[in-house]
Design a protein around this ligand. Structure first.
Ligand SMILES: [Mn+2]
Length: 433
């Protein structure tokens, strides 16, 4: 299997003008954990999401040379590379089963506004109707007429996609989400636009031709959506047909459009919602609510210089990193594939039962005053300090282990109480449940 890499070179007078405003270099550092965090790095069984997107370019090279800087297209000619996430057959099943509901899907067509109420129905039910349900025949008719079926928020509903996004989040330190686009042949889904998040396009099946243009507005925020007022698309920097297994990385702000020709096309768009310096400043400012000088009325009190100095004091690299990491760790939604069997498996759990870390969990282990806390997915589990060695071992486990093998001074019944709790909370899984 061969791979051709193409990095887009910026060129032309407009782009060099813009380049001047761009920060010269930015060294990427992998997000490291926080406070008195004891150990790091979640384990994974599957190939890491970022590697799957950029291979054969290494993760480090990608982050240094492309991330937020310029597009990266990779041709692999690898049928089936992303079928485990969402295959064409999956889409067929999802669309035709009749279970799709808005906003889990929508239809888009270049230059034409399709209203959800024209292809969805409310199915009467007691006590409440199934609102926004796909009218399958209308959806199919629109698709035949050139509408793209967009499956939205797949990280919320498909475990494989959710775990893939989670793995990207662990690598990048920013939240990720996923949509799929199933575009019929000879069609265009969306007119020229920029996205306000970075995207990884994963071409699953069929072909789609992408045109990418220099940004009209660099690194837009969420509310800085593209409009023609920002200017016409700049120079074409990329014009290529993506086929199965190919990927395209686009930093937010780079204008693009995509069309199909002979084949129907299915791709996943993974969107990365980058935590910016603006967010970092806001978070630091929020924290200054603990400083009385910031609570005084603006007419009174100390000079601005002193307040700015106080803000500066909250913007150390470690502080910024800690806030971003903490937020990511605490706000991830639980992914609980197979958890019903896990709960039932608790009944059989003994000292020799093989356990492992749930690979999708992004967690921090934080030492407190006489206690130790495991933080993940919106919860903070606090244990007495004497459980620390056992917890560290569980937290750092890269291989399956049994409760009997854990270090530390806990007696056997207490070990079982500990690991049962961690299975129940979704942090550990029983290997053969
Ligand atoms: Mn887009």
């Amino acid at each position: 299997m061969s791979a051709r890499i193409s990095a887009t070179r910026r060129s032309g007078p407009t782009s060099s003008r813009r380049s001047a405003r761009r920060p010269p270099t930015r060294t990427w550092t992998t997000p490291t954990p926080t406070r008195t965090t004891l150990t790091a790095t979640p384990t994974t069984r599957t190939p890491r999401g970022l590697e799957r997107c950029v291979d054969p370019v290494g993760a480090r090279e990608f982050l240094e040379d492309y991330w937020e800087r310029r597009p990266l297209a990779i041709e692999r000619h690898e049928e089936g590379r992303f079928d485990d996430l969402l295959s064409e057959a999956d889409v067929e099943q999802i669309v035709c089963s009749g279970g799709l509901r808005y906003p889990g899907f929508r239809l888009v067509k270049a230059g034409e506004q399709l209203r959800a109420r024209d292809y969805t129905v409310d199915i009467p039910w007691r006590p409440t109707p199934f609102t926004g349900t796909a009218d399958v025949e209308k959806v199919l008719a629109e698709w035949e007429r050139g509408a793209t079926v967009v499956l939205q928020g797949l990280h919320l509903t498909r475990p494989a996609v959710g775990e893939f996004c989670r793995s990207l989040e662990a690598a990048l330190g920013h939240p990720a989400q996923a949509n799929a686009y199933y575009t019929p042949r000879n069609a265009q889904g969306l007119p020229v636009h920029h996205d306000t998040h970075d995207v990884f396009v994963l071409q699953v099946a069929g072909e789609k031709r992408w045109r990418v243009y220099d940004p009209a507005f660099e690194l837009p925020l969420k509310n800085q959506r593209y409009s023609a007022d920002l200017g016409a698309p700049g120079e074409t920097v990329e014009d290529r047909v993506l086929g199965p297994g190919d990927t395209l990385y686009l930093p937010r702000g780079w204008l693009h459009e995509a069309v199909t020709s002979q084949t129907d096309s299915l791709h996943l768009t993974i969107g990365v919602n980058v935590v910016t310096w603006l967010d970092a400043f806001k978070a630091a400012l929020e924290e200054l609510g603990d400083d009385v000088r910031f609570r005084r009325s603006w007419q009174a009190g100390d000079g601005v210089d002193e307040l700015v100095e106080a803000l500066r004091g909250r913007l150390g690299r470690d502080d910024v990193e800690r806030r971003a990491r903490d937020r990511l760790v605490r706000t991830r939604r639980p992914l609980r594939e197979g958890q019903m069997r896990q709960l039932r498996g608790l009944e059989e759990l003994g000292l020799d039962t093989e356990l492992e870390r749930r690979s999708s969990v992004i967690a921090d282990l934080v030492a407190g005053d006489g206690s130790v806390s495991l933080v993940f997915e919106g919860r903070e589990l606090t244990f007495p300090g004497h459980v620390r060695r056992e917890l560290e071992a569980v937290f750092g486990a890269e291989q399956p282990f049994t409760p009997a093998e854990l270090p530390g001074a806990l007696d056997d019944p207490s070990r079982l109480v500990l690991v049962r709790r961690l299975v129940r909370e979704g942090f550990l899984t029983i290997r053969d449940a």
